[in-house]
Design a protein around this ligand. Structure first.
Ligand SMILES: [Zn+2]
Length: 294
């Protein structure tokens, strides 16, 4: 009997939830100190790689149960110190911090509240990804394995005022299927399993957009990853435990990436050139060409 009671007691003690820290205690906890240092480090990397300009860009991370640390507004992300960071709740209220939280925190919450796996969010204005965002284009697929495995299909959200409820509502349905989202006429926002992972998604997205933009100016169409080989990449992702909404079996992979990268199908242009040349030669043969030259 005594033994049963002891066991029950032990089980009850085990099931007891950890006492919840006050926001003040959470803000200065070892967990928060570690995450603040990470945010400052990633902020420096964003600025050094010229992914943010002026006081642009913002970073946030989950801390404790239902709280978030995020960067303040109005400061360069290259020169953050841990005491500048803000503690917010899941409604976007700032609880701690002498600096005002980023005005775009609502966009981060759209991701956190729709993707439980998202531990951190990183938003920046890297030149090449933002060039795609102002062109209203998503980067093509099937060109480089790394972006397929480590980022997946990049989405694009229509334009809305930064930090607005409208922007929040546009991002929320995209985030569960996309770790990297271009924001039209604005920049890119990515989520990851850590602050560094969210930053990696930004870095990979921008590097890929840069490569695709350069390739679009080269004189010939290149090759692409054959659609049937995409299953191998998705299988690698699966083994690495990386989520991907695309299914190797059901994905059509219809689009020729080179049509997308150049913004047109070269065969259509060639056909137009052929027709125009034929018509010009016909006109010259009729003597009209000479007439028009006089
Ligand atoms: Zn922004």
């Amino acid at each position: 009997m005594k033994k049963t009671l002891t066991t029950k007691k032990a089980r009850t003690a085990k099931a007891q939830p950890k006492p919840k820290l006050t926001p003040e205690a959470l803000y200065s906890s070892p967990e928060a100190q570690y995450l603040k240092a990470q945010i400052c480090d990633i902020g420096r990397r964003l600025w050094q790689r010229e992914y943010v300009d002026g006081n642009g860009g913002n970073i946030s991370v989950r801390v404790g149960d239902g709280y978030f640390l995020c960067t303040p507004t109005g400061v360069s992300k290259g020169f953050l110190t841990p005491d500048m960071l803000c503690l917010c709740d899941a409604e976007g209220n700032q609880l701690i911090g002498t600096w005002k939280r980023t005005s775009e925190f609502l966009s981060h919450l759209a991701i956190f509240n729709s993707v439980p796996e998202a531990q951190a969010v990183c938003h920046a204005h890297p030149v090449h990804a933002t060039a795609y965002a102002i062109a209203g284009l998503t980067p093509p697929e099937r060109l480089i394995p790394e972006i397929e495995v480590f980022v997946g299909r990049v989405a694009i959200a229509p334009y809305a005022t930064p930090g607005s409820q409208e922007m929040h509502d546009l991002l929320a349905p995209l985030a569960p299927k996309h770790q990297s989202i271009l924001m039209t006429n604005h920049g890119v926002i990515c989520w990851g399993t850590s602050v560094e992972d969210a930053y990696f998604k930004v870095e990979i997205t921008d590097a890929f957009c840069r490569t695709a933009a350069i390739a679009s100016h080269l004189p010939t169409n290149g090759t692409s990853i054959p659609p049937e080989k995409m299953a191998d990449l998705l299988a690698i992702k699966g083994r690495l435990g990386l989520p991907d909404a695309r299914s190797a079996k059901n994905e059509a992979w219809a689009e020729d990436p080179w049509t997308k990268i150049r913004g047109h199908d070269d065969s259509i242009i060639e056909e137009v050139v052929r027709k125009v040349t034929k018509e010009v030669l016909k006109q010259i043969g009729n003597g009209n060409g000479r007439k028009s030259l006089s």
